[in-house]
Ligand binder design. Structure first.
Ligand code: COA
Length: 357
């Protein structure tokens, strides 16, 4: 059987997450994400995705181990030309995690370590590239707050931390997407976690996967004011253009992550004119899509409100895909651990269709 791009082919049985596109449900280890994100921190949900249970009350669990980058990793990041794209810098730095003190740890410890390290790596290269002084991690801050602190050098507001953390929690895991599949294929050869995550980062870089919420920013920038929504969208739909941030390959109803992010935006509404524009534009664009593309079930995808939230917390567009990757590190590593627990090397067939002489 040939299935281009392995579309609809089931390659893995997993207990980590379920994505039900028809009913718009995303569950982490059987629990609806909407329930999880209100009750648990990013750190707790990471623990839950890795272990299938939450840390015990008397177990102090943080994502601190790993924030202090090994000296050789710091040197590698600092040696990169400033114009090196962030995703390439991240892949290069992560691939250097091959020293003994790292590889001697259990795979679970390595997963925790890499998850804690990635935001520090992002912040270091981002600040180097922009000629800014490096900000050291602050052990008093949570994973999300510390990321914003290291990027900006100012203590983030609670509302910014909460908005970003909601986005991070919602994008930690999403089934057998391309980068997670890459991680599982790599670890299935019994290589190592560093190699699996390096493969995943290389896969995430592509615009078909890592996405471009910056395209949504461009759209909202072009629209500018509420009065412009209808004429600009109608003109695009009449000329066959796609509206960025709408439609999804799997979700044929509202993307549950988008609903949660929209609520978050509505809570923030009024504090940032962009969010008001985004919420007003969504309603009008969905109605126009139903007029121009009846029956196609086109709703906002996660990128739409992710872009609005990123814009509201002043996250530069070049940091969107790296930030998505920092969240997805949890999913990649959880899948690598699961793959090794019952491993079979991935080795599909190919059919030769070239000439024979
Ligand atoms: N704007 C306008 N029309 C859209 C659309 C959009 N965002 N998404 C899908 N459609 C239309 C297509 O034109 C097609 O119409 P047709 O039946 O008249 O040919 C129909 O809906 C089905 O499209 P298809 O590409 O087969 O759907 P898909 O489920 O395979 O595609 C996406 C999913 C995400 C690739 C698609 O919805 C898309 O391109 N969205 C815009 C890009 C986007 O938001 N990407 C996320 C990052 S910004």
């Amino acid at each position: 059987m040939f299935q281009k791009g392995l579309k609809d082919v089931v390659a893995v049985h997993t207990k980590i997450a379920s994505v039900e596109g028809d009913i718009g449900e995303l569950r982490y280890r059987g629990v609806l994400v909407g329930e999880l994100i209100n009750e648990h921190s990013f750190e707790e949900i990471a623990y839950f995705l890795w272990n299938g249970k939450f840390p015990d009350e008397n177990e102090s669990f943080t994502l601190q181990d790993g924030r202090d980058l090994p000296p050789h990793v710091k040197k590698i990041i600092d040696a990169l030309p400033p114009e090196t794209p962030l995703m390439d810098a991240m892949r290069t730095a992560i691939s250097a995690y091959v020293h003994e003190s790292f590889t001697n740890q259990s795979i679970e410890q390595q997963a925790l370590h890499l998850t804690a390290a990635l935001p520090v790596i992002i912040a270091r290269h981002y600040r180097n590239a922009n000629g800014l002084l490096i900000i050291e991690p602050d052990p008093a801050l949570s994973h999300t707050a510390n990321y914003l602190w290291m990027l900006t050098g100012t203590k983030p507001s609670d509302v910014h931390v909460e908005s970003l953390e909601t986005y991070l929690k919602l994008t930690m895991e999403h089934g057998m997407n391309a980068s997670t599949f890459a991680a599982r294929v790599t670890i299935s050869t019994e290589s190592d976690l560093t190699a699996a995550v390096t493969s995943a980062l290389g896969t995430m870089k592509g615009p078909l996967h890592g996405g471009a919420p910056s395209a949504v920013i461009e759209l909202l920038e072009e629209i500018g004011t509420i009065e412009n929504i209808r004429p600009i969208i109608e003109q695009k739909l009449q000329t066959g253009e796609r509206i960025m941030g709408f439609g999804h390959r799997i979700y044929k109803t509202e993307d549950p992550r988008s609903i949660i992010l929209r609520d978050k935006c509505e809570n923030l509404s009024g504090k940032d004119g962009w969010l008001d524009l985004a919420t007003a534009a969504e309603k009008e664009i969905i109605a126009l899509l139903e007029t121009y593309k009846p029956g196609r079930k086109l709703y906002t995808n996660v990128e739409y409100y992710a872009a609005a939230i990123m814009r509201a917390i002043n996250m530069p567009p070049e940091l969107f895909t790296p930030t998505f990757s920092a969240a997805r590190m949890v999913g990649w590593t959880a899948h690598a651990i699961e793959q090794l627990s019952d491993n079979t090397i991935f080795r599909p067939q190919s059919v030769y269709i070239g000439k024979k002489s």
